[in-house]
Design a protein around this ligand. Sequence first.
Ligand code: NAP
Length: 245
Amino acid sequence: MHMESNLLNNTVAIVTGASRGIGRSIALTLARNGACVALAARNETQLRSVQAEIEACGGNAICVVTDVSVEADIVALVRRTVEQWGRLDVVVNNAGIGSFGPLAETTAGQWDRVMAVNARAPFLLCREAIPHLRRQPRSFIVNITSVVGVKGYANQALYSASKHAVMGMSKALAKEVQKDGIRVHAVCPGGVDTDLAGQARPDLDRSVLMQPQEVADVVLFLVTRQGNAVVDQIDMRRESSTPWV
Ligand code: NAP
């Protein structure tokens, strides 16, 4: 890894699910552009390896082992980040899990688990972060939802419901915090080459999937806007998928 710009100097970011996949790419990208990044996930070994990569090129990161389905962990994540750097500018709600199969075979336990990680956790992190984000003239919440936060696919009803929940929260929250200079964005990718995509779409040839870096580039675009233009939502699809549907 090498530093790319100082666009995010004096910026502090929290990235959940930073241990691997899309979140790892987002964390590395924000750090490469000058942000101090709090890396949150459960797997401490993987978090440490992301931290080492950031520090090796002169970036700043802390690891905060976090289970986002545990409210106290989210409270501690925000507290620890602000204790470390004294501010918070960017929150990326990225941690997520899938549960795929027919709705008629889905258990209440599966429903509760996916909702806890994919929908309840972003709510809790936004709630905890907003008092700190308000202190900056401009700050950002980026929710990584999904194409199934906008549409529905068979065998993805639970996952889709969890992502629609975050979309709804994003739309309402954006209005609530607009006066505070907090922008709330949703990024809605289709298939990205990670462990999760392997579970969701085992039928897809991995070579046609998007790369995690491509999602990270979109997040960087959103959190480095300086002017008056705001892009609320970005939909991303595989080049081989059907355009404009
Ligand atoms: P991934 O490679 O499976 O990574 C998931 C990340 O979430 C890991 O860092 C994992 O860390 C973290 N995580 C899961 N449960 C957690 C928990 N209870 N507490 C804290 N962290 C937790 O999946 P990915 O594809 O990068 O997914 C990232 C986000 O993108 C998800 O929200 C997903 O829904 C969304 N997305 C993915 C795709 C795709 O095709 N891959 C498409 C659209 C949207 P630990 O295991 O270390 O906790």
